[in-house]
Design a protein around this ligand. Structure first.
Ligand code: CA
Length: 176
């Protein structure tokens, strides 16, 4: 397993208003360790089949062979998206994504990682934290960025028809 670490800084500002910052705070209890996605609830724009349900991307298993039922897969939607609700607000600093291993390596290229507290446009308008480049078949890549506060983590493929396939998404807040 090859894990690469990319440091990405958002080029966006901070669109959230003062009220959200007040909610955000710096609560130590939310400066958590461990993979926050494991306790979350996942949904996606469409589901290709029973083998590809959204929750498969947060089942704690990086198994990348689609037929073994641990990857999420949408239909070939325009701008397909996947979202996990962390059920609480965290200062997210790191997201790891495991690509499918049995085919379709390039489907994952160009995914945007968006984080925030809004469900406007299904959460896809939240702050851009990082953009995903190539990930080799079956590999996991970690994206690090300045803390972005939010309970929703969206992965969206903007601007094209695509089958969004995610074999595992891990979300971390705070220090390693
Ligand atoms: Ca999985």
């Amino acid at each position: 397993m090859v894990i690469e670490v990319l440091v990405v800084q958002s080029s966006l500002g901070h669109p959230q208003g003062a009220a959200e910052h007040a909610v955000d705070g710096n609560r130590d209890s939310n400066y958590a360790k461990g993979n926050l996605a494991l306790g979350g609830k996942a949904v996606q724009s469409t589901t290709n089949s029973g083998l590809g349900v959204a929750q498969n991307a947060i089942d704690g298993n990086r198994q990348s062979i689609h037929a073994l039922g641990s990857c999420s897969v949408t239909n070939g939607d325009k701008d397909p998206w996947w979202r996990v609700d962390l059920l609480d607000v965290y200062r997210v600093t790191r997201v790891s994504i495991t690509n499918r291993g049995d085919c379709c390596e390039k489907r994952i290229e160009g995914i945007q990682i968006r984080i925030g507290n809004s469900l406007e446009n299904n959460g896809n308008n939240n702050q851009l934290a990082a953009t995903v480049g190539p990930i080799p078949l079956g590999d996991t890549k970690t994206f690090e960025f300045k803390p972005v506060s939010g309970r929703y983590i969206n992965l969206i493929v903007p601007g094209r028809n695509e089958y969004l396939t995610l074999c595992e998404v891990e979300v971390y807040a705070g220090e390693r």
